[in-house]
Design a protein around this ligand. Structure first.
Ligand code: ADQ
Length: 492
């Protein structure tokens, strides 16, 4: 990695073009030609900033519609200072490609929720136009990449929004080093088979040199989809098509654990921790932190908590569940329905078990800032991550990173990718089985210190040694190796 030397003989950094649907910024227009930008320090940003050997540029949609040229020019130059390059998508494309094909078709399908049914049937009818918009949007991303690509750059495409991109990029320049990584699960080939554009998407992804997933299972599902749907041969390294090998492998993501551990020492976080401890004195704290999405299993989690309270009256005034659910895709009717459903269940349970001075569930529909989140993680006794499906789930990692003094317990869905890495330390549950989750809550709350320490130690070691930086370095280094191997094979 980063072994290239420039003209002065100095070691030059590995240049990366990171392509994702959204740029890691939020942009707000202040005037005809002025914008204010805020960088969102998500996992991917800290992963790539944390690797000294990388010089990364970001390519993606800024999340705003900018129809006029003056606005586009001003936004491009403001973004350039943050090493970001925008792809301008108009409202119609966003509607068809992003809301339609990505969020209404691929997202539920990849999480085993199936293709649109009943009220979503209208979407199925407009399937072809949404797929056309998806391809068109991917081509627009490819055009921007090709304008900024320089020889020696590595192009790293991210997620289900950009499955068509590797093919577009290779058509532009077959020598371009292209990697593609999926942040969601890749479902069983039986599920992928139902997608009308199943073959075209697989072929487009296979144009990449390296295809990465969070877990070995997802990689295996992808290879078997290529075998069963395209009739291609799966090998231990990947998928082979007429002598061309596309390497397929698992690269489990991590977090920037040091960022969380260091934050706990800050006075403002310590003040927060003190406040929370006083606020919930005498009660055990349980925590859920999720985007408000059907895949996160929030209603199931709350129902399991209700069952626990029902069966364990002595705990009713000794435990509180804090559920922080940041709203997403709020314009989609299904997400609005989910919000009302969660509110209804929380209201009913608080009415049933609450007293004049305390309620068992505190539900917040909002995002918390990083420091408040760290403090919450630190005071938690039991974290509940009950996703129905989840590519990895970073909340479970963040909780573990903040627990080195408390050594709280993690209850984790066996359908989250994180179950593969934190399974030995967590209590694994089937989130659909409310009785099992309720009894796991009881087990976790009553767990002896010795067992808690042992479980926490296992997970803490994993989270602090398999970081986001390692993940990014490994992926890019393997992508470089893949190219070298392919060149050697061609010379033979
Ligand atoms: P997400 O589905 O967004 O990511 P997750 O991995 O849990 O899920 O990451 C969520 C991030 O948002 C965490 O960093 C968390 O701290 C933050 N967050 C969530 N709710 C919040 C709140 N209320 N306030 C503040 N912050 C909040 C997708 C896939 C995952 C995969 C990641 C990374 O769906 O499975 O782990 O990408 O690949």
């Amino acid at each position: 990695l980063g072994e290239d030397r420039n003209n002065n003989g100095r070691l030059s950094k590995q240049r990366l073009l990171v392509v994702a649907n959204r740029l890691p910024v939020s942009a707000v227009r202040r005037g005809e030609d002025s914008w204010s930008l805020e960088i969102s320090a998500g996992g991917l940003v800290s992963a790539l900033l944390g690797v000294k050997e990388f010089e990364a540029k970001w390519i993606g949609w800024a999340g705003v519609n900018v129809p006029d040229e003056i606005g586009q020019r001003a936004l491009s130059s403001a973004l350039a200072e943050k090493r970001c390059i925008p792809v301008f998508l108009d409202e119609e494309i966003v509607h068809q490609y992003y809301n339609g094909y990505c969020n209404n078709i691929l997202w539920p399908l990849f999480h085993y929720l199936g293709l649109p049914q009943e009220d979503r049937l209208a979407t199925t009818r407009s399937f072809q136009s949404q797929f056309d918009a998806y391809k068109k949007a991917n081509q627009m991303f490819a055009d921007v990449v090709s304008q900024h690509y320089e020889e020696g750059d590595v192009v790293w495409c991210h997620d289900y929004h950009l499955m068509f991109l590797p093919k577009c990029l290779k058509e532009y320049n077959s020598k371009m080093k292209v990697g593609w990584f999926l942040h969601t699960p890749f479902p069983s080939s039986e599920i992928h088979r139902t997608l009308p554009s199943r073959s075209e998407l697989l072929r487009s992804v296979l144009a990449a040199d390296l295809v990465g997933f969070h877990t070995y299972d997802y990689a295996r599902h992808f290879v078997s989809a290529c075998t069963r749907i395209l009739g291609l041969e799966g090998t231990p390294e990947g998928v082979e098509d007429q002598g061309k090998l596309t390497r397929v492998a698992a690269f489990p993501i991590g977090i920037d654990s040091d960022r969380f551990i260091r934050a706990l020492e800050l006075p403002r976080v310590q003040d927060h921790i003190k406040e929370l401890k006083e606020r919930f004195a005498g009660r055990k704290v349980m925590l859920g932190v999720d985007r408000l999405d059907m895949i996160k299993g929030i209603p199931q989690k709350i129902l399991a908590f209700e069952k626990f309270l029902e069966e364990n009256p002595s705990w009713q005034d000794k435990v509180v569940l804090l559920q922080i659910a940041v709203p997403t895709r709020t314009d989609v009717p299904e997400y609005q329905k989910l919000t009302s459903q969660v509110h209804e269940i929380v209201g009913r349970i608080n009415g049933r078990f609450g007293t004049l001075t305390a309620v068992p569930i505190h539900h917040l529909d909002r995002s918390l800032d990083f420091h408040a989140l760290c403090a919450l993680y630190a005071v938690t006794d039991v974290a509940l991550v009950t996703s129905l499906r989840d590519g990895m789930n970073l909340v479970s990692y963040e909780f573990v990173a903040c627990q080195d003094s408390k050594k709280g317990v993690l209850i984790l869905s066996e359908f989250a990718g994180a179950a593969q890495s934190l399974g030995a330390g967590a209590i694994l549950v089937n989130p659909w089985n409310i009785t099992e989750v309720a009894s796991s809550i009881g087990y976790a709350l009553n767990m002896h210190a010795e067992e808690r320490e042992k479980r926490h130690h296992h997970n803490f070691m994993h989270v602090t040694t398999h970081t986001a930086q390692d993940w990014a370095e490994t992926f890019v280094s393997e992508l470089n190796d893949t190219i070298v191997e392919a060149q050697l094979r061609m010379r033979q």
